[in-house]
Design a protein around this ligand. Sequence first.
Ligand code: UDP
Length: 416
Amino acid sequence: MKISLVSEHASPLAVLGGVDAGGQNVHVAALATALGADGHEVTVYSRRDDPELPERVPFAPNVTVVPVTAGPAAPVSKDALLPHMGEFADVLADAWIADRPDVVHGHFWMSGLATLDAARRVDIALGGHLPVAQTFHALGVVKRRHQGLADTSPAERSWLEPDVARRVDTVIATCSDEAFELKALGVPSNRIAVVPCGVDTAHFSPHGPIAPRTGRLRIMTVSRLVQRKGVGIAIEALARLVARGLDAELVIVGGAGDAAHLEVEPEVARLLRIIETTGMRDRVTLAGRLEHEDLPQMLRSADVVVCAPWYEPFGIVPLEAMACGRPVVATSVGGLIDTVVEDVTGVHVPPRDPDALADALEPLLADAERRERYGVAGRRRAVTRYAWRRVALETTRVYASLTDAAPAARLLTRER
Ligand code: UDP
């Protein structure tokens, strides 16, 4: 299949360059690579943020990245990119009219906007129907619900994003929770497919070096240090466990900077206050940001990994922990509802509830055999369900359902 992926702000090249790339960059890079490895011809379109980049950049076997000139050839915050999407669509339409792909797949709502615009121009120029798949990565309606006025997305997102969701041929949601949100936005369920994010199961594996341990039971969190990730709740739960007599510690991985240069951002200051007031200073380690390279050995040193956000569009960390054979205690929100299986790979707890978290951790930390069982099941689940090869295969099945469907049937579906 000839496949075009559109990822306006998150280029796979940022992953190779070692720049601080987010989840979408990793997702698009890994999906493109896995599709290319399966023999598909993949082109990834991302906004040009560097004038030195060539016109086409070979990225992996059968995968080319095309930097699209739309707006200044310099880094621009994604919240300021909307005015450049018309220009972006012009470039896509020209490229696709010159060499029509079989399917196009937008990543993030603004890419969806440009992709739909260009695809409809291709239909007018060449006839037929160029199918459009869309992955949102995060939904503005959910972000607004949790972040309120702190959400910096452009106001237009609130009506343009649902419009994209309703107009594309298929929305590929990454978890069942997102599928419910999409239904609430008016997307018919026969146009929603659920295909999860993947994890690199060769890099994140139970085998390999283990970071040094102390004699204490080790709880670990790995995340950006923002309040909604619930790291403060994990500190409060640790204090309760210690009060109950457990000799436990908490290692907090993440933040802007390494351990020695951890910037005291507002959330770090807040966490330091919680550490002080709970008296946990000698039991909590702020490990700072770790390179992806060094994460597996850190994860392997944990007895249990805690993921306690109150809002999480997907959440890749539980998968990385599971792939390393670690049990996971996770809040029942967003993607974590699907990834962590209760009493098989870990335990679910309600969000914002340190008592419930401590109640879940206490018996698990006291039972090495149960932790081992969860870890083995977690590794198996990561490999069988979330390896990128499998994710790419499921994605191509969705593409095939769009390209194989009879045009009349497709029109009917689109008009419903
Ligand atoms: N991560 C990392 N080093 C850190 C903290 C996090 O490499 O010090 C990575 C982590 O392994 C994961 C990603 O950042 O791959 C976070 O993804 P997730 O979906 O869990 O949360 P997000 O940051 O996208 O909200």
